[in-house]
Ligand binder design. Sequence first.
Ligand code: HEM
Length: 232
Amino acid sequence: MQSVAERGTLTAPRPAVRGTGKHGVMAFSSILKKVAMALTGLGMFLFLIGHLAGNLLLLKGPDSFNGYAAFLAKIPLVVPVEIGLLLLALLHIASAVSVTLGNWTARPQRYAVKRTAGSSTFASRTMWIGGLVLAVFIPLHVWMFKYGDHHGPQELYGLVMRSFQNPLIAFGYAFAMIPLGLHLSHGFASAFQTLGINRPRLRPRLRAAGAVLGWLIALGFLVLPFWGFFGQ
Ligand code: HEM
């Protein structure tokens, strides 16, 4: 996810951005979509930190993990939060698809895209691939663990550990954490930049924070399937 400025939307025909005509409306709606993508992405980033913290209890054993799952199941707000999370994910995907398609189909003569020198990285170029992998991974994952074969939170540890005994599942999970790391590490700084928090002194720090946090989250998740596969 590149910032508005990096993608060149704001460097596209300047009168169009300032004007109130069709191009002005299009530029405004493109900025709105990017802001939606940034806010929903940051929301899911926060969810992932909480999700990882809870899942790391798998390493402490069945009592801790099942106790945590039972605690979550008792919170009355959990269903509204889950619905909110689903809406965040759908809005993130819809705005990302729309922005990406818009960038791909933008005609070069109308949109003189000027990329900031050196701003393109492997992570930024593979955002859509990472997004695609996660869009397949997340529904499969929720189906497997949320609706998998278990009776209540007290059996969730068993379900997760049994699943990770299957090499296809364990290594599939581990593999999916690579695009997750790439996606998070670029998306974090990019979201702040889209939201206008991009003073030159702050930019390298946000990039570093995104890379460290993104890869820590991905590595934290990556430990779990390996723990389930090798650790018992
Ligand atoms: C690799 C290690 C992971 C483990 C062991 C794990 C474990 C779980 C479990 C056990 C549940 C069901 C919770 C319940 O029924 O109360 C769940 C739900 C979920 N997981 Fe994960 N997860 C992992 C990684 C991820 C990743 C990387 C993502 C997103 C990129 C993710 C997104 C979700 C979502 C969206 C839900 C549904 C939440 C809800 O509806 O309450 N998980 N996960």
